[in-house]
Design a protein around this ligand. Structure first.
Ligand code: PRP
Length: 210
């Protein structure tokens, strides 16, 4: 019997775009619908058995790196923050957005007498970005609604994702520097990629490409 490929699929923002692409790749639409609370879904794709795990985006690299899933789809932001040991054979181009530094409108330059305070969900990405610039920073970790931080004096600037720019605009913030481009990439377990490369490439070949 053919070995079922197990795929880690992120819930949330990316899920809707991904569901449409996976449907075009032959995955029955019901297999990923978030209409019930089952988190492991079985489906037959092009005659082959497959299993889909619906996970928090941050957990996708963990499941794939440990071999609990063969492959997964995840934003480059999550990967850059995690530094997991994975094969990245494909950029889907889905969920395209930018990682940026943003500050209140009118902000000009970092303070001279103390470290720049940076609020973010992405402390490693932020530290790397400012270290490369030689800017001394104090990174303040927050889980979400990051745009609030500079409005109430928790930080000077933020490092966060921007898609439409609407959240920044509505909160009186503006982009002051680009950190990197972000989109959803396929990640594959290293051993699985060696042993089952043909099956992986067959499936990945059906996904959209950047
Ligand atoms: C993300 C990101 C920004 C927003 C950007 O947050 O952190 O806040 O989307 O999107 P926009 O440029 O289209 O306005 P998300 O909605 O995932 O929620 P969060 O604040 O809980 O992280």
């Amino acid at each position: 019997m053919t070995r079922a490929l197990t795929v880690a699929v992120p819930k949330g923002r990316l899920a809707r775009q991904l569901a449409a692409s996976l449907a075009a790749a032959g995955v029955p639409p019901g297999a990923l619908a978030e209409t019930d609370r089952t988190l492991v879904r079985e489906a037959t794709v092009d005659g082959a058995p497959m299993r889909f795990l619906l996970l928090k985006p941050d957990d996708v690299p963990t499941y794939v790196e440990h071999g609990a899933c063969d492959l997964g789809v995840v934003g480059r932001d999550v990967l850059l923050e995690r530094e997991a040991d994975l094969v990245l054979p494909h950029d889907t181009g889905l969920g395209r957005c930018r990682m940026v530094v943003a500050a209140p409108d009118g902000w000009t330059a970092p303070p001279r007498d103390r470290a720049l305070r940076v609020a973010t969900k992405y402390p490693r990405i932020a530290r790397r970005h400012f270290a490369a610039q030689g800017t001394d920073v104090e990174v303040i970790f927050v889980q979400g609604s990051v745009e609030t931080a500079p409005l109430v004096g928790l930080s000077d600037v933020i490092v966060d994702l921007v898609e439409t720019g609407e959240t920044l605009r509505q909160n009186g913030l503006a982009v002051v520097a680009e950190v990197c481009a972000v989109s959803a990439v396929v990640v594959v377990n290293r051993v699985v990629f060696k042993l089952h490369r043909a099956a992986i490439e067959r499936f990945v070949g059906r996904l959209p490409g950047a």
